[in-house]
Unconditional design. Structure first.
Length: 320
């Protein structure tokens, strides 16, 4: 009769071997080639969504996705935002448009059957001609028995314009009437999507440097509210006690569909939902006294709340 310790070791051995195989697989996948894809017919500065349905035999033991982009990318898996910071990958002023990427552990977001991977892409800055190389994605992993699986971005992916776009001024325009579908259901809204355009030149893993674990990254580090909300003839002024660098997040209530407003550096077209929230994706600006103005239908009482989202490294105080 085996002792309990030996019996447990025998039970754990297959799991240990599968884990070792997964580890070796992840090392092998550090060298890969995958096609660049782009969303055709985008307007200047327009952002885009990409999606693909991944079929898995069972819940994976390990899965990772490397997302490379010439702009900024936000990754969703089965409706969950797995991006760990804002405006990823982090960019310095001199690497606008460079191919940068990040690898995400997406194991816990995947299950057996159909899984939807969606990517929200934005150019890093406004250009008159949209980039023909926007994103490249490489997904790989293994099952509990150690058998591998892999998927690359290719002609099977779908895309659609997003509700947001960058303006030549550096500001951002958002059309609230365009529904942002993160695709929790594989077939939901499928008629809104169209085939991507893939680049003949594949992306090579040697073409970029992935940031280290402690590389710079931007986060929403604090949320502040204004000290004063002052109705004006044009709309409303919001006064914060201290200036900050980041985004403004405004919640509107009972705004009319198609109504146009401007919140400092963000233009917004209202959806007409009972509550709707306005927040940019790229443009990070300094704020202290914020002016909210709109067309003839806009009223100050439609502004339900105003928040300042301070963006920067986690280990740096925005008030120093």
């Amino acid at each position: 009769m085996h002792s309990p310790s030996i019996h447990n070791t025998h039970r754990r051995l297959p799991l240990l071997l599968a884990s070792l195989l997964c580890h070796l697989l992840s090392m092998a996948q550090s060298d890969f080639r995958t096609p660049w894809i782009s969303c055709p017919d985008l307007a200047a500065g327009e952002q885009a969504w990409f999606r693909e349905v991944v079929e898995l035999d069972e819940r994976p033991a390990e899965a990772r996705l490397t997302l490379i982009t010439t702009g900024y990318g936000e990754l969703f898996v089965n409706g969950w935002n797995v991006t760990t910071a804002v405006r990823q990958p982090y960019r310095e002023d001199d690497d606008r448009g460079a191919a940068l990427g990040i690898t995400y552990d997406i194991t816990r977001y995947l299950g057996a059957g159909s899984n939807v991977v969606a990517i929200h892409y934005s150019p890093a800055e406004w250009t008159e001609k949209p980039a023909d190389r926007q994103v490249a994605a490489h997904l790989w992993g293994c099952y509990s028995n150690g058998s591998p699986f892999a998927l690359d971005s290719d002609d099977d992916w779908l895309c659609r314009p997003a509700a947001k776009r960058l303006l030549k001024s550096g500001d951002e325009r958002i059309d609230g009437r365009v529904k942002e579908i993160r695709d929790e259901v594989p077939t939901y809204g499928i008629a809104c999507w169209k085939p991507v355009m893939s680049s003949p030149a594949a992306f090579d893993a040697d073409d970029y440097d992935e940031p280290e674990d402690h590389s710079p990254a931007d986060y929403v580090t604090h949320i502040v509210i204004p000290d004063y909300l002052i109705p004006t003839h044009e709309g409303m002024s919001c006064v914060f006690s201290m200036g900050f660098n980041g985004w403004l997040r405004v919640t509107l209530r009972k705004a009319k569909a198609g109504m146009k407003i401007r919140i400092d550096d963000t233009e917004y077209i209202c959806s007409g939902a009972f509550d709707e929230q306005v927040c940019p994706f790229v443009a990070v600006r300094p704020h202290r006294i914020v002016h909210i103005v709109g067309d003839a239908n806009f009223k100050a009482e439609m502004v339900h709340s105003v928040e300042g989202l301070i963006i920067g490294p986690r280990d740096v105080s925005p008030f120093e």
